[in-house]
Design a protein. Structure first.
Length: 127
C-alpha cells in the first residue's frame, strides 16, 4: 500500500484517511484527497480522487462500485476517466480524420469499411 503525495506542490500533499477504512494490499492512494469513513479500497487500486463515506472503490483508476450498501452502476464507461483510454481514443480520432482527408485528396472511397467501423467503435466507447 502506498499513501503518497503527487508532484512537488507546497502545502498538504498526502491523503487523509477516515475512520474504519480498509485499504487493500498494493493499493495506491495519492494526493491531497480524503478517503471517507467506513470505506474500502480494493487491492491494487489507484485512488486519485476523494472517496465519499461508506464507499467501496476498485480499479485503475479507482472508481466507486458500492455506496451506502447500494451497487453503483456505471452505464457510461466514459465516467471512469482512464487517461490511457482517452489518449488512445484521441489517436484513433486523429487517424480517422487523416484517413478521410487522404481519401478526399485521392478522390477514393474507403477500402475497408470493417476497419472503419472498428475504429469508430473505439472512438465512441473510449475503450
Amino acid at each position: 500500500m502506498t499513501l503518497g503525495g503527487t508532484g512537488k506542490e507546497k502545502g498538504k500533499r498526502h491523503p487523509t484517511i477516515g475512520n474504519r477504512v480498509v485499504i487493500g494490499a498494493g493499493a495506491r492512494v495519492l494526493g491531497n484527497i480524503r478517503i471517507g469513513d467506513n470505506s474500502r479500497v480494493g487491492a491494487g487500486s489507484v485512488v486519485l480522487r476523494d472517496v465519499p463515506d461508506n464507499s467501496t472503490i476498485v480499479g485503475v483508476p479507482g472508481h466507486i462500485v458500492l455506496r451506502n450498501g447500494q451497487r453503483v452502476v456505471i452505464t457510461d464507461p466514459k465516467q471512469i476517466q482512464d487517461p490511457l483510454s482517452e489518449a488512445l481514443a484521441a489517436v484513433a480520432t486523429q487517424v480517422k480524420d487523416l484517413k478521410e482527408r487522404l481519401q478526399k485528396l485521392e478522390g477514393s472511397e474507403p477500402a475497408d469499411s470493417r476497419a472503419a467501423d472498428e475504429l469508430q467503435a473505439i472512438i465512441d466507447y473510449q475503450i
